[in-house]
Design a protein around this ligand. Structure first.
Ligand SMILES: Cc1cc2nc3c(=O)[nH]c(=O)nc-3n(C[C@H](O)[C@H](O)[C@H](O)COP(=O)(O)OP(=O)(O)OC[C@H]3O[C@@H](n4cnc5c(N)ncnc54)[C@H](O)[C@@H]3O)c2cc1C
Length: 374
């Protein structure tokens, strides 16, 4: 039995980024991952690296998203340099289209309130009227209802499958061990400190553990006193055939990938663990996309999938250390692509020093504890 500095449980978007960051600090890192039959948001998401509107009503999350966006270019360069893998990452701004004057006014008011919630942060969005928007999107014929858009200067996008593959390659190049098809089934705190994790019939020991198993994290967390409420939320996505360039900037709900396909989404459905795709959602999403970009009517749809987001009660991340078993950490979020730079950077650096780091207190799941709130 080998012993490690850290065992990271889960090699999805969150666990892989943390393990990549930890391995860069010369830590002995073991990453245990489940199998393709698990719920894997990392393999089915939209690929936005998004800030505008994030953390509405919870300013620490707004600040964290801004920090992650600022760290993304350096993170992407380093990952590409180390692995030789292109990520198709761009940060040239992102759009939130507004259909009609009412929607434009509502978005304007919401973004003003969002900025007011973090008054120390510089403005990062701009409301564009239709004429201004058209000048930004010369190749796009906008639908007649488009009144304008909110442009987020910190927003961007990436190919999430390439990102995940690069993180896996990068963490192994840095010396971490990745065991796939080895779901952790048991975590035992050891008497003298540290943990034993059982996976695939084998027992591995480490000084610290990081639970980053997406929707599999609930059961694992409870084994070390980390009882985090989480639920699945279904998102459905449509993908067109490859098209000539028509949308140079990503938008919430529609983005053209580097290969030319157009992704259209997203639903937010409370249907438990049901992974079905539905014709009604496809109709809703494509109708909305056509109101923005009517030319999409000529495109053939080639894929339609659904996947489950990892949602906490307020939709914001959870970063916590077990009070009962110090050295056991849990990390959960529904924007693992956006936050990948932070997970691989500042968070991994803090975890390498055996702490969560300053400023993450407000992300503890005790905020959901009714008695604490009362
Ligand atoms: C439709 C959709 C669109 C999205 N769009 C975006 C977006 O545009 N931008 C963005 O930032 N985020 C987006 N997300 C969210 C993003 O995909 C997730 O935040 C991210 O994938 C979460 O990473 P994770 O590692 O926590 O979970 P996952 O990526 O789901 O990975 C969990 C991993 O843990 C493993 N596992 C489970 N149980 C165990 C166990 N017992 N032992 C070992 N391993 C285990 C699984 O096999 C899996 O590999 C989207 C999500 C969905 C569903």
């Amino acid at each position: 039995m080998e012993s490690y500095d850290v065992i990271v449980i889960g090699a999805g978007m969150v666990g892989a980024a943390i393990a990549y960051g930890l391995a860069g600090q010369e830590k002995r890192v073991l990453v245990l991952d489940g199998s393709d039959t698990d719920y894997r948001a990392a393999k089915a998401n939209f690929g936005l690296v998004w800030v505008q509107g994030k953390g509405y009503g919870f300013p620490p999350y707004q600040r964290l998203s801004r920090l992650a966006s600022a760290q993304w270019p350096g993170f992407a360069d380093q990952l590409t340099h180390e692995t030789g893998m292109a990520l198709d990452y761009e940060r040239r701004g992102g759009l939130h289209f507004c259909l009609g004057e009412d929607e434009w006014n509502q978005r304007d008011a919401r973004m003003r309130a969002w900025h007011a919630q973090a008054p120390d942060e510089p403005p990062c969005t701009e409301m564009l009227d239709r004429a201004h928007l058209e000048s930004l999107l010369p190749g796009a014929a906008l639908g007649p209802e488009v009144a304008g858009a909110c442009l987020g200067g910190l927003d961007g996008h990436v190919n999430p499958l390439k990102l995940l593959a690069a993180l896996h390659k990068g963490l192994m190049l840095r010396g971490a061990t990745l065991l796939s098809g080895q779901a952790a089934t048991r975590i035992e705190p050891l008497a003298g400190g540290g943990f034993a994790v059982t996976a695939g019939g084998r027992r591995h020991e480490s000084a610290r553990i990081v639970i980053a198993a997406g929707l599999g994290s609930g059961d694992l967390g409870r084994m070390v006193g980390l009882d985090v409420p989480l639920r699945p939320q279904r998102g459905q996505v449509l993908v067109t055939e490859r098209l000539a360039p028509l949308l140079p900037l990503p938008a919430s709900g529609v983005r053209q990938t580097a290969e030319g396909t157009v992704m259209i989404g997203l639903t937010q459905e409370e249907v438990g663990y049901d992974l079905s795709t539905t014709a009604s959602a496809a109709a809703r999403m494509s109708t909305k996309a056509l109101r923005v970009l009517p030319d999409l009517a000529r495109a053939r749809l080639v894929r339609h999938w659904s996947c489950l987001r990892i949602m906490t009660p307020d939709g914001c991340p959870v970063y916590a250390e077990s009070p009962d078993h110090p050295g056991a950490f849990i990390t959960l979020c529904h924007s693992g692509v956006t936050l990948a730079s932070f997970h691989a950077g500042s968070l991994a650096t803090s975890l390498g020093g055996a702490a969560l780091g300053d400023g993450l207190d407000s992300f503890h799941h005790r905020r959901f504890d009714v008695s604490t709130i009362a």
